[in-house]
Design a protein around this ligand. Structure first.
Ligand code: TRP
Length: 451
């Protein structure tokens, strides 16, 4: 990462790099199954409201903290206030927890790409194909190792720049393809009902769960509340307009998530004959639904293969960024050399990822607070640690260093149109709401509260 500092050439470079980290499996795999499960249009509405308030304020704060201090999370929090040093360490836990299970899902994507490339996609259409695959022992582990291997090969050989170049072409293609698949999906008989479910907010679908899930998803998808945007901010030039960069990243990230949902949710309705249970499929939703869409369309094999290839790229740019983050955390703190750190992180990632893979099969009877390993890692990072980091960040910015410091940093390069909104959210709305959300999600996980 060191050599990257100050290497973003202007605003476009910054926005593309940050978007490359933000856009990934969070948008394409995670957003649609949460939206399906937690109220369709209601989830979408809550998500968008949170994005333009919390997401906006937190991303501004993190980038400004990074640019002001010129440091990554651990050093940056310490520099702002000694008492908040611990916050950098908590934030650093997030990528360490996410990378292993992210790679398990990345392995699933790689497997589906392989299935399409080898012309076996018709098998993937059957309902039990996916559960059979993730429930087996060695297959998902092999694909997980393949994905991890790919990520670390790229990091070890330092060819991230090449990948980033390719991803600049790949990302727009992914957008176009997703829109096309979504439009096609809407023409499948029965899909329209799902389309309505996805875009109409229905108050009956609102619950505390909707807000808790949407908030966790917002952090995850925009790579917030884990110190990442602080690091990106530290590489940002002083003359780049932070506010409009943040708007662009948010629009891009939310747009891709929206189209992924549009690709998947109407199709769920079309193929399940309106059976609501299909909406609760969880992490498998994309893998169960999309093969059916591809099978029903002309040249579906080729389009399916292309789609999984593009998703693999989006996943890789994120996993590379995650791996780089974890590696730099260890290097900064322990002073290890790069190769040695890579190897240690690689081994750690494999060891932590294995339970997440086995938890869908032979280890499915092992539960932590009622969750399998993958669900637990996902929960503890998105619904516990990230809200804590976001809460403490808003207290630090709102009451210790004061919003003025962030506003001055933003205004040193451009006008800050949303500064009123920023101050109100960071001082009053964020601390109160995040506290409530955190308590709700923890109590409900321990079965002490029903939401
Ligand atoms: N935002 C990424 C996605 O949507 C996932 C992610 C979370 C991430 N934290 C990150 C990526 C840190 C890079 C760095 O898939």
């Amino acid at each position: 990462m060191e050599k990257l500092r100050s290497s973003f050439t202007g605003k476009l470079g910054f926005v593309l790099a940050a978007a490359g980290s933000a856009v990934g499996l969070g948008n394409i795999w995670r957003f649609p199954y949460l939206a399906a499960q937690y109220g369709g249009g209601m989830f979408l509405l809550v998500y968008i409201i949170l994005a333009v308030t919390f997401g906006f304020a937190l991303m501004i704060a993190e980038i400004a903290i990074g640019r002001k201090t010129g440091l990554s999370a651990i050093g940056a929090y310490k520099k702002l206030d000694k008492r908040f040093s611990f916050l950098g360490y908590i934030a650093a836990l997030v990528p360490i927890i996410i990378l292993p299970y992210y790679s398990v899902i990345g392995g699933w994507v790689t497997k589906y790409l392989f299935v399409y490339l080898t012309g076996n996609s018709s098998a993937a259409v059957s309902d039990n194909y996916f559960t059979g695959f993730i429930g087996s022992v060695s297959e998902p582990i092999i694909w997980f190792l393949a994905f991890v291997g790919l990520t670390f090969l790229i990091v070890l050989f330092g060819v991230e720049k090449g990948i980033e170049k390719v991803s600049k072409i790949i990302m727009p293609v992914l957008v176009v393809l997703s829109v096309a698949i979504a439009i096609y999906g809407l023409t499948i008989p029965g899909a329209f009902e799902g389309f309505l479910y996805y875009i109409t907010p229905n108050i009956e679908h609102f619950s505390a769960k909707t807000v808790v899930a949407a908030m966790g998803q917002l952090f995850y998808s925009m790579s917030l509340a884990m110190g990442i945007m602080i690091t990106y901010g530290s590489y940002m030039k002083k003359d780049v307009n932070v506010e409009s960069s943040v708007h662009q990243i948010e629009i891009f990230d939310t747009g891709i998530a929206f189209f992924a949902g549009l690709m998947i949710i109407p199709a769920v309705f079309a193929f399940s004959g309106g059976d609501q249970a299909a909406l609760n499929a969880g992490p498998g939703l994309m893998f169960v639904t999309l093969p059916k869409v591809f099978a029903s369309m002309p040249a579906g094999n080729i389009i399916g293969g292309l789609f999984f290839l593009l998703v693999l790229f989006a996943a890789l740019t994120s996993s590379i960024s995650l791996a780089e983050t974890v590696i730099s955390i260890f290097r900064d703190k322990l002073g290890w050399n790069r190769i040695f750190t890579c190897i240690v992180v690689l081994i750690g990632c494999i060891v932590l990822g294995l339970p997440s893979s086995l938890g869908n099969g032979i280890w499915s009877n092992i539960k932590i607070i009622g969750m399998d390993f993958l669900t637990f890692f996902d929960f503890i990072s998105n619904n516990v640690i990230m809200p804590i980091v976001a809460l403490l960040t808003s207290i630090l910015v709102g009451y210790i260093i004061k919003p003025k410091v962030i506003i001055e940093e933003i205004e040193s390069s451009s006008k800050f149109k949303g500064k009123k909104l920023f101050s109100v959210v960071i001082k009053y709305i964020a601390p109160v709401c995040l506290f409530i959300i955190l308590i709700t999600s923890v109590l409900s996980a321990f079965g002490l509260m029903k939401i």
